[in-house]
Design a binder for this molecule. Structure first.
Ligand code: ADP
Length: 637
């Protein structure tokens, strides 16, 4: 291809001039040998060559040199005059032919330049396109390489009949190689079944890939892999790319496990609600029957007494269930606070045994208690320690066939007190030892649930132990071999003389009459409580709403007032505030009796001036304890 632009204008003119001189020399030589009438052959051909190769300017130089040479060499020689008409014609023809070549040469040059420009443009465009493709490819690769989602490109491997029998990796990203547990380079070009034998054993797997390759339609599916040490759930998305297939696969094991545990949790909750309904109905039936029995006109005193005991027992059972539920809810919300004090272990154990005693007796178990010779102190909430131990003792009694042995052993180490409750009961399977401390999962569906509870007792127990900074562990040599629960609590750093605690517990039975005000809009609740208080020898006044309660306070001036909170006209809190604001109102002991037992409810009542906050159903023993305190303060004992 001719390219004038390779030379500068001066170079072209120098070349043109040189060609013209060379042509003049040749022409001169020819003239000398062939005569002056030789046409301007050399000049014409040089001019044509210059016009094409160097452009019209240099060709013009050749034309001029040729013309001057013609003038000089045509007769008369060495003059600028041409005499003969034939020579004049030849010179004119030379100039005309030269101008035509010049014109044609300049045209040709322009076309050549256009063609050259077009060629350059095409080359640049194709280079740009190539770069764009390379950049695109690079971006695509970077994206795929950076992707955490495993990706691979598979080419089909066919048998002699053309049927696909396997696939081989033609590309896979880093994530895919890592998931498969291989170096990427060791996989590329290899057949899947050679590297991961049994990959196509998963029913329908190879068929799916074949169908994608054959039909070009994408497919997505989930499958569980257990071959070649690759365990887990995968979501696969396969689509066709020419004859090959592109496969994205994502590890969804965690998501699947989450779904499964949600399903299990939902099932556990359903089971829990069913058990809860059952457990709450259980005591309700005897309570209703005992109530009907008491109403019978022919019922003897003995029958009524027995019915009252049934109601008492069953309502206590319900209260335990409800309290456990509330405690569990508070523990899981992190709002259960402990009232820690320096406490001795012995009284907590005593109270726990007292709580579990009815069941231990009914099942005729032998209870052995082993204590260290010296007193053991804890920095703990005594009520909660009692609850922990009574749960363990009750379970030991529940899950041991009649006539078993329960051992409660206390050991004091340097900074830990360990309390172990072991039994000779049904034992626990090793795989259940952890599970039994979880909420909802402890209910024993495989067993007649007659003795079992809601399955939250141990969850509450563990929560309470951990709130104290302690640990609890279960051990068992297996079914039928008994169980052992060990609670470890931090020991108190300081010791307290034993007399402090003994003294505190001495005044339990002290009798003495008090003036007691009972206010509750539930007439039955108020009346029953009033009867019980009167039976203890107290003077009792009952009010069924807030204003009447306040009036009764002023008229009656009680030592102690049990006030329901949710009363009409004035709430218990308003009554308490009015009493505290009245002259002498600071002396009376105010007890809030309410169904609301959250910490902020307690804080509210204490702020209003109450001395105690009791949650319904209130144990009469607790009320009696409060009366006892009031008796002491009032010195009416
Ligand atoms: P519940 O007794 O209300 O079912 P718990 O949370 O107190 O709930 O106990 C959870 C489970 O642990 C029980 O259902 C029972 O299977 C098992 N368990 C607890 N204590 C013992 C024990 N001493 N011996 C055998 N199994 C026990």
């Amino acid at each position: 291809m001719i390219s004038y632009d390779k030379f500068s204008a001066s170079q072209r003119y120098v070349a043109g001039f040189s060609i013209a001189c060379a042509a003049a020399a040749v022409q001169w030589a020819l003239w000398l040998s062939l005569g002056s009438r030789i046409p301007f052959l050399v000049f014409v051909s040089s001019l044509a060559m210059c016009a094409i190769l160097l452009g019209p300017g240099p060709a013009g130089v050749v034309l001029m040199v040729g013309f001057v040479s013609g003038l000089l060499m045509l007769e008369p020689i060495h003059s600028f005059h041409v005499e003969e008409s034939g020579d004049q014609l030849a010179l004119t023809a030379y100039v005309a032919l030269g101008l035509m070549f010049l014109f044609a040469g300049s045209k040709l040059r322009r076309y050549a330049r256009v063609a050259e420009d077009a060629r350059t443009e095409v080359a640049a465009a194709s280079m740009r396109a190539e770069h764009a493709v390379q950049r695109q490819e690079k971006r695509f690769l970077v994206a795929i390489e950076a992707s955490a989602v495993p990706f691979s490109l598979l080419d089909p491997v066919r048998d002699a009949n053309g049927a696909i029998v396997d696939f081989r990796w033609s590309y896979l990203n880093r994530a895919a190689a890592a998931t498969l547990g291989f170096e990427r380079d060791s996989l590329i070009g290899r057949k899947i079944n050679d590297v991961l034998p049994g990959s196509w054993d998963e029913p329908g797997m190879l068929e799916r890939y074949c169908s994608v390759s054959a039909t070009g339609e994408s497919q997505q599916f989930e499958f569980y892999s257990s071959a070649n040490g690759i365990k887990g759930w995968y979501h696969v998305y396969a689509s066709a790319l020419d004859d090959s297939i592109v496969v994205w696969f994502q590890d969804i094991t965690e998501q699947k496990q989450g779904e499964q545990s949600l399903q299990e949790e939902a099932k556990s909750k359903d089971r829990f609600i069913a058990t809860l309904a059952h457990e709450l109905r259980n005591p309700l039936a005897p309570i209703q029957q005992a109530t009907s029995l008491m109403r019978q006109p022919g019922a003897s005193d003995h029958t009524r007494q027995w019915a009252a005991e049934v109601i008492d027992r069953q309502s206590r059972h319900m209260a335990v269930l409800l309290n456990d539920l509330l405690d569990m809810s508070r523990i899981s919300r992190g709002v259960l606070t402990l009232r820690k004090a320096l406490v001795e272990v012995k009284p907590a154990i005593h109270d726990a045994i007292e709580a579990a005693d009815p069941l231990i007796r009914t099942k005729q178990h032998e209870l052995i208690v082993r204590m260290p010779p010296h007193d053991v102190y804890l920095e703990a909430d005594q009520v909660r320690v009692t609850q922990i131990l009574s749960n363990l003792l009750t379970n030991a009694a529940k899950y041991t066939d009649s006539g078993g042995t329960i051992l409660l052993a206390v050991e004091a180490e340097d900074d830990t007190v360990s309390i172990c409750v072991s039994d000779t009961g049904i034992g626990i399977k090793a795989e259940k030892l952890q599970e039994i401390f979880e909420m909802f999962t402890q209910v024993r569906p495989e067993r007649d649930n007659q003795d079992g509870g809601l399955g939250i007792g141990l969850a509450v127990t563990k929560g309470l132990v951990e709130l104290h900074g302690g640990t609890i562990e279960a051990a068992s040599d297996g079914p039928g071999a008994g169980s052992r629960f060990t609670v470890r609590l931090p020991a108190a750093q300081q010791h307290v003389p034993a007399a402090v605690d003994a003294g505190a517990r001495e005044h339990k039975q002290a009798p003495g009459a008090l003036r007691v005000l009972i206010a509750d809009d539930n007439h039955d609740a108020a009346d029953v409580l009033a009867s019980l208080m009167e039976l203890q020898g107290n003077e009792v006044h009952v009010a069924y709403e807030g204003q009447a309660a306040l009036a009764a306070y002023h008229a009656f001036r009680p030592h102690v007032a049990f006030l329901d909170i949710g009363m009409p006209l004035l709430t218990g809190v308003q009554v308490a505030e009015a009493i505290r604001a009245a002259a002498g109102g600071g002396n009376v002991t105010l007890v809030a009796v309410t169904g609301w037992g959250q910490d902020n409810d307690r804080a509210n009542t204490l702020r209003a001036g109450f001395n105690h906050h009791l949650t319904k159903p209130v144990s009469f023993d607790r009320m009696e304890e409060i009366l006892q305190e009031v008796r002491q303060q009032a010195e009416v004992v």
